[in-house]
Design a protein around this ligand. Structure first.
Ligand code: KIV
Ligand code: NA
Length: 266
């Protein structure tokens, strides 16, 4: 893995070469460094920080001011990975001007390399304006968590006849100038059709294997999430178990006098 920075054209050439690329979310410097050194191609500083860092039940309360310091930490930590700043709910919906204002804030204040916003046809004007200012945009269609209440819950999008809606959204964001499109919770056959029809690379989160790249929320992937784990998540580690065990052992060793030992003392 070369240390040359990942650029938007690398996602395009990966699609053309049929070489799947990989992304994770990250909200801090430590994980960003680890994922970057492991060769993860892009890091999304998602508004999923609402659930995974800030303690909210949904992404809706997350603000630009919440995400700016997290995005800055991630952007500063990486040497190779492409860093995407997620635009939170309430920072772009009123129109292209608001959207560009938010995107410019992320680019000026964080060092991110691109922004992401939710919505297909409904966000096309916003995408066009941001791209027109020279800022790469990653689009996000299918299940869009910021509209969870409008969609009626965490529901797979594009089943049956509504597959055409996903196709229309995908074409709309491509025509608006997005360099890539995330598809979240979309049937694998629909995601495959989108991937074949589009010029730009597709990124799946719960969209099956026939996409150009994969993305997972790092805390799900690392085994922090308990209870309702989405079907599309694969847990690659049990960090919750590891940290819980370490905390219990630490407490027990303090109580029993095992820690600190002479080698930990001055
Ligand atoms: O905020 C986030 O983590 C996301 C991905 C799940 C696509 O938007
Ligand atoms: Na998000």
């Amino acid at each position: 893995e070369s240390l040359k920075r990942v650029r938007t054209r690398h996602f395009q050439s990966a699609k053309e070469a049929g070489e799947p690329f990989t992304g994770l979310t990250s909200y801090d410097m430590l994980t960003a460094q680890i994922f970057d050194e492991a060769g993860i191609d892009f890091l999304l500083v998602g508004d999923s920080a609402g659930n995974n860092v800030l303690g909210y039940d949904t992404t809706l309360p997350v603000t630009v001011d919440d995400l700016i310091p997290l995005t800055r930490a991630v952007a500063k930590a990486v040497k190779r990975a492409f860093v995407v700043a997620d635009m939170p709910f309430g920072s772009y919906e009123t129109g292209p001007q608001e959207a560009l204002h938010t995107a410019v804030r992320f680019m000026k204040e964080t060092g991110a390399h691109a922004v992401k916003l939710e919505g297909g046809r409904r966000s096309a004007k916003q995408i066009r304006r941001i791209v027109g200012a020279g800022i790469p945009v990653m689009a996000h269609i299918g299940f869009t968590p910021q509209s969870e209440h409008g969609l009626g819950g965490h529901i797979v999008q594009g089943r049956g006849e509504s597959a055409e809606q996903i196709l229309a959204d995908a074409h709309a964001v491509q025509e608006a100038g997005a360099f890539a499109v995330v598809m979240e919770m979309v049937p694998a056959d629909v995601a495959q059709r989108v991937t074949q029809e589009l010029r730009i690379p597709t990124i799946g989160v719960g969209a099956g294997p026939h996409v150009d790249g994969q993305l997972l929320v790092w805390t799900d992937w690392a085994g922090f999430t308990t209870g309702r784990i989405p079907r599309f998540v694969k847990q690659y580690a049990d960090l919750k178990g590891a940290l819980s065990e370490a905390a219990r052992t630490y407490k027990a060793e303090v109580q029993s006098g095992v820690f600190p030992a002479p080698e930990h003392s001055f």
